[in-house]
Design a protein around this ligand. Sequence first.
Ligand SMILES: [Zn+2]
Length: 83
Amino acid sequence: MTQDPARQSELKKMELCESCAGIQRNWRRAPGHAELVQRGNRKEERDHGTVTITRYQCDRCGTAWEYENDKTDQRAGWSVVGR
Ligand SMILES: [Zn+2]
């Protein structure tokens, strides 16, 4: 892992597999896809309390995803966090 991280993250965006490319980001309760493997979860503090963020990795293209479960935020949901 000696490559430039900024360059790496640019490449990542282009390397999403079809299934990952189909995930609707930042939208509450949008579904993931069958090849995502759960990697663990953590709690984070928000203004209104604690939310759970679950991390996944795609078995097919290796993209790392996080899903934020926040009942009060329609815009919380899937985001790409790297690889
Ligand atoms: Zn994928």
